[in-house]
Structures are given as structure tokens and as C-alpha cells.
Design a protein around this ligand. Structure first.
Ligand code: NAP
Length: 349
């Protein structure tokens, strides 16, 4: 590819917006040329409007951009959305209505019946909803979403096991504080502590998992029939959501078959060699005490999910552990991979 595709970021000054900018720096296909935020920031240079909260310095390529209001007009056709959830519905719909392709990290449209909730390794076929969305809404643009940061870890870990017939699963998450944004959880609450409540999280994990692992038949999403129960906890870890998972299958394969299924799992991003795709999307670690967030979460640029400790569960049949990078695979990296998939489907033309 000769010239890069210009892209915009809605909510560029926020935490997730900054993750987008960092993930997109030096991307081989995309180049950030436009940054949108609230009217509090509009008109300022990005470097003046933004307190950079991530490790390292603000990418020089965006520091000099003038922040614009989140209104369609002169933004590039492809925009990544990291706007505040309280305004994301109207903003994303306005952009889609003005022929923009909106690749969103917000929760607002995820469960709509005409919006794909994508994990490209698992349900790339769900992108076929695009035509129905355009027809129903009467717009030429498009909205596509990525899941909640915990849902990504659970679905990537369960996807290789779908072939054995998943009937029920119970997941307990230990979620990093970076998932709460900035300033996030008070240090008085999280230091040397576990907070056993993250508003709305358990419901999101349960319902999004069924949509992602479900099918797409006769133009509609068909949720996976498995029952999902989630317990979500905030723990004093900086980056990386860990999940312990018990799963019931309709067959009784030996544990080695499940481990082989993790290792063999590949999806469309690997087949097409997409720039942000990890070569091996689910990495099974044989060590008895891995994966661990501090040791493993940055491997594979944060785009793989790590599993381990598969063993017998006396209640559900099997249990194991999974780990994923919440702000990369669970947010910015997930959305960029979605856009890469869409590019190869001709949806950015
Ligand atoms: P944030 O740091 O508060 O940033 C919010 C962004 O939205 C800022 O760029 C802000 O611009 C902009 N914004 C606020 N009000 C606006 C308005 N009326 N019009 C246009 N833009 C407006 O929030 P965040 O933590 O990055 O989260 C952003 C989104 O991602 C939310 O939907 C959140 O639920 C979702 N999310 C967050 C995380 C996470 O780890 N934090 C993870 C997954 C999903 P100004 O700087 O000008 O105020």
C-alpha cells in the first residue's frame, strides 16, 4: 500500500483516545490526521488540550493537530470512537449518518440488533450485518463495535472450545485498575484490596459473550445458547484482566484435546496476516503458575490472550485461567484490528 488511510479519533484527548493514538503511531495502513473532543478542547492544539497519561511521550505526529468538535464535516471517512459514553450514541450516529465508518470502543451500540460486536478471530462473519444496518438506518456510513475489555478475554478463551459444545460457564475476573480510566479507582479503595463490584460489568460480560460466540443466520444474530455467569472484581494490578473460568461441555474430551484446541486456534486475522493480528491468538502456557499479568500481559504487543492451568472441575468438568491486555486487546488494539478486517472486506472503500 502506498499512501496511508487518514483516520480520526473521537474522544482523542481521553484515556482510551490516548491508547488509540499510541497504538496507531507508526501503523502501516492508518495515519491519524484528525482529533475530536468536547467543546472544552476544540480549537486548542492537541498538546495543550491533553494531559498525556500513558507511559512515554505523546506521539509527535498528533501533538500539533488542532482538536475539533466531534461533529462530522472535515473528519476522515474512518473514525475510531473513544468518546464519553454519555454522548457516544448521538455522536457516533451523526458520523455514520454522514457517511463515516465508525469503529467504536464505546458500549452504546454493542447490543443493537443491526450492529456487529466483533472479535475478528471469532465472528468476522458478523460484519455481514453492514448492509442491513445501512438499509434500516438509511445511512451510507457504518457503526461497528468491539466488546468490553473482560468479554474479549473470555470469548477468546472460549472460542477454541466451541467445537466441543459449550453449555455453561462461570467466570471470575480480576480486573486491572487501568480499565477504570483516569483518575479511576481511589487509591484508598484499591491499595491492598479487592473491590467486588464494577458497575454494569457482569451483565455486559454475560450478554456480549453470547452475541459474539453466537451465529449469524438469515441476516440476524443468533446468541450462543450457553449460560454465562460472571463475577467481576477490581484488583490492584496496573494492566491486564485475569479471568478464572469453569466450563461445561456437551462432550467429554480429554484435557490434552482442549489444550491442543487452544494452540490450534486461528481466525481470519491470522489467515489474512492483518498488521495488528497476533500470529497465535490464544497462547496456552504449560507452567503451573502462569499466565500472570505482570509477566505476560505485554507479550505479543498485548494482542494475544494467554491461557493456562487447564484441569478438572468437579462441578463443571473443566477449569482454567485466561489473561488479556485490557487497554490493548480489550480496547484500542481490538478496534484497530476490527478496522483492518473491514479494510480487507472492502468496507472502507
Ligand atoms: P475520558 O478519559 O473521560 O475521555 C472522554 C473523551 O470524550 C474525552 O476526549 C472528552 O473530551 C470527550 N468528550 C466528553 N464529553 C464530550 C462531548 N460532550 N462531546 C464530545 N466529546 C466529549 O474517558 P475514557 O476513559 O477514555 O472512556 C471513553 C469511552 O471508552 C467511554 O465510553 C468508556 O465507557 C469507554 N471505555 C473506557 C475504558 C477505559 O479503560 N477507560 C475501557 C473500555 C471502554 P474532553 O477532553 O474535551 O473533555
Amino acid at each position: 500500500m502506498s499512501a496511508k488511510i487518514p483516520v480520526g479519533v473521537l474522544g482523542a484527548t481521553g484515556m482510551v483516545g490516548q491508547h488509540f493514538l499510541r497504538f496507531l503511531a507508526n501503523h502501516p495502513w492508518f495515519e491519524v490526521t484528525w482529533a475530536g473532543a468536547s467543546d472544552r478542547s476544540a480549537g486548542k492544539k492537541f498538546r495543550d488540550a491533553t494531559s498525556w497519561r500513558l507511559d512515554g511521550v505523546m506521539p509527535e505526529s498528533v501533538a500539533g493537530l488542532t482538536v475539533e468538535e466531534c461533529k462530522p464535516g472535515n473528519a476522515p471517512k474512518l473514525v475510531f470512537s473513544a468518546t464519553d459514553a454519555s454522548v457516544a450514541t448521538e455522536i457516533e450516529q451523526a458520523f455514520a449518518g454522514a457517511e463515516h465508518v465508525v469503529v467504536s470502543n464505546s458500549r452504546n451500540h454493542r447490543m443493537e440488533s443491526d450492529v456487529a460486536l466483533l472479535v475478528p478471530e471469532i465472528n468476522a462473519d458478523h460484519l455481514a450485518i453492514a448492509a442491513a444496518q445501512r438499509a434500516r438506518r438509511g445511512w451510507k456510513g457504518l457503526i461497528v463495535t468491539n466488546p468490553n475489555c473482560s468479554t474479549v478475554v473470555l470469548t477468546m478463551a472460549l472460542a477454541p472450545l466451541r467445537q466441543f459444545g459449550i453449555t455453561r460457564t462461570v467466570v471470575t475476573t480480576m480486573q486491572a485498575i487501568s480499565g477504570a480510566g483516569y483518575p479511576g479507582v481511589s487509591s484508598m479503595d484499591i491499595n491492598a484490596n479487592v473491590v467486588p463490584f464494577i458497575g454494569g460489568e457482569e451483565e455486559k460480560v454475560e450478554i456480549e459473550t453470547q452475541k459474539i460466540l453466537g451465529g449469524f443466520e438469515q441476516g440476524a444474530f443468533v446468541p450462543h445458547p450457553m449460560r454465562v455467569s460472571a463475577h467481576c472484581n477490581r484488583v490492584p494490578v496496573l494492566d491486564g484482566h485475569t479471568a478464572t473460568i469453569s466450563v461445561e461441555l456437551s462432550s467429554e474430551p480429554p484435557e490434552q484435546e482442549l489444550i491442543a484446541a487452544f494452540a490450534a486456534f486461528r481466525g481470519v486475522p491470522q489467515e489474512r496476516n492483518l498488521p495488528s493480528a497476533p500470529a497465535v491468538p490464544v497462547i496456552y502456557m504449560p507452567e503451573k503458575d502462569r499466565p500472570q499479568p505482570r509477566r505476560d500481559v505485554e507479550r505479543e504487543r498485548g494482542m494475544a490472550v494467554f491461557c493456562g492451568r487447564l484441569r478438572t472441575c468437579p462441578v463443571f468438568g473443566y477449569k482454567f485461567i485466561a489473561l488479556g491486555h485490557n487497554t490493548v486487546r480489550g480496547a484500542a488494539g481490538a478496534a484497530v484490528l476490527n478496522a483492518e478486517l473491514m479494510k480487507t472486506e472492502g468496507l472502507l472503500d
